[in-house]
Design a protein around this ligand. Structure first.
Ligand code: GLY
Ligand code: MN
Ligand code: MN
Length: 433
């Protein structure tokens, strides 16, 4: 992403806050997976959104003011020995020359510099209550003995930055949409590989490997733990063990997406392990597909966030009624949420730098209206338990279909459109027609 994009974002967020204010965002910490082995570093999304700077032990400060406000970075100093072990660092000099910081300091100096930067500021915006150590740190800087006595009485207010910044992140720019399209394209290819390669008696992890391979080929990685669930495992919503054998006659549900250049994709497909849907599987699949297509059709400017969910609930309730899996009056079943036995999650979420992206779903307790540049997933599903009241041929079937939808005036754009989901097209791709 170009430096200018980050600069434009900084200017935009600075324009939204009052004079005499300051924004502070710490970088993500390095986290250990086990004992002293760290996960690969992933920068905090808010921090990255405004800087493009991907080093840990850093902190961003923005001070609005004429003409363009001030952008200050605290970061790790260059260190020949550390860099030999851990990789290159920018250092304060690099932060200024490569990332356009107006000023940059070694992170070690932060306790000395911050009280002075803070002292004349009335409003301090920061990611409040996300990390209690950081909350304490901000308070210690504000109450530092280094603050001049005349400023001690000056009232300072801490304000949560999330609402402002996350509303900005909810509306994707052209560059962001391009990045998300790329993440979708990589994941679509990986799903296609899995659909073509699956065979009875393979293990779920063998299918998972298709995703690791395809994602890393493009310098992307999983944006969440992939779900590869065969048979009844598809009914476990957050199934991640992925270690069972795939059985002839079962379906397999794959929910997998990647993160490419800090932007995520999130796609689900469900298909038959042996390349042929059974009649019972098709009965359920067609309801989910109709629910998904009808819900996607509601992702239009002017509709609200819950319209697609309401639509999916209607189609699924009617479908289950038609199959005899639900019994009773349609409106009553909806009112009593009877469908929740089989469809127990919501229909979508914002997606962007985070898979479950930021941005409020409601404003003043009312569902938010779709506007251009928002991206949501649409992912209805039906998961049938093995209750005695369920006909045998429907037991343990789990199906979800998930795509990413860009709000564009009156035509929802499915960013993962090219990935097959019509049952006949899936069977064709699997080479069984
Ligand atoms: N894979 C996470 C989700 O679908 O929300
Ligand atoms: Mn999702
Ligand atoms: Mn998903």
């Amino acid at each position: 992403m170009h430096k200018l994009e980050f600069q434009t974002r900084r200017q935009q967020v600075m324009r939204m806050i009052e004079d005499h204010s300051m924004i502070i965002i710490p970088s993500a910490p390095l986290r250990n997976r086990s004992r002293d082995i760290a996960y690969r570093f992933r920068q905090d999304s808010d921090f990255y959104y405004l800087t493009g700077f991907n080093e840990p032990n850093s902190l961003l400060v923005l001070v609005p003011g004429r003409p363009e406000g001030e952008f200050i970075l605290f970061c790790q100093e260059r260190d020949k020995i550390k860099e030999q072990w851990e990789g290159k660092r920018s250092g304060p000099e690099g932060a200024m020359s490569n990332f356009n910081a107006h000023d940059a300091y070694p992170i070690e100096d932060i306790d000395e510099v911050m009280p002075a930067l803070l002292q004349s500021k009335k409003y301090i915006y920061y990611p409040m209550h996300r990390d209690s150590d950081f909350d304490t740190k901000i308070n210690s800087w504000m109450n530092s003995k280094d603050i001049k006595p005349k400023n001690k009485h000056h009232r300072q207010e801490l304000i949560s930055l999330d609402h402002l910044l996350h509303d900005m992140r909810l509306f994707k720019s052209k560059t962001e949409i391009t990045a998300i399209r790329k993440a979708a394209k990589i994941a679509v290819k990986a799903h296609e590989n899995a659909i073509k390669r699956v065979r009875p008696n393979m293990f779920e992890y063998e299918l998972e490997s298709e995703f690791i391979y395809e994602f890393r080929k493009f310098n992307a990685e999983h944006s969440y733990n992939p779900i590869v669930g065969g048979g009844a495992n598809a009914c476990i919503l957050h199934y991640v063990a992925n270690d069972s054998e795939l059985k002839d006659g079962d379906l397999v549900l794959i929910d997998a997406g990647c993160e490419s250049n800090y932007y995520a994709s999130d796609i689900t497909r469900t298909f038959p392990v042996n390349g042929r849907f059974s009649e019972a599987q098709l009965d359920i699949y067609n309801i989910v597909l109709e629910a998904q297509l009808s819900a996607i059709d509601k992702v239009r400017k002017g509709n609200h966030f819950n319209d697609p969910h309401n639509e999916a609930v209607k189609v699924i309730t009617q479908g289950l009624l038609d199959l005899g899996l639900l019994n009773g009056n349609f409106s009553k079943l909806i009112e009593n949420e009877a469908y929740r036995r089989f469809f127990m999650h919501r229909t979508g979420h914002w997606i962007g730098m985070d898979v479950h992206d930021v941005g409020d779903y409601k404003v003043d307790d009312e569902w938010r209206f779709f506007e251009n540049g928002m991206i949501t997933t649409i992912e209805p599903g039906i998961y049938i338990d093995d209750g005695k009241d369920i006909p045998k041929h429907y037991r343990n079937i789990g199906i979800r279909i998930e795509d990413m939808i860009l709000v564009k005036n009156n035509t929802p754009e499915v960013l993962s459109q090219s990935l097959v989901k019509d049952p006949a097209a899936i069977e064709l791709m699997m080479g069984n027609q």
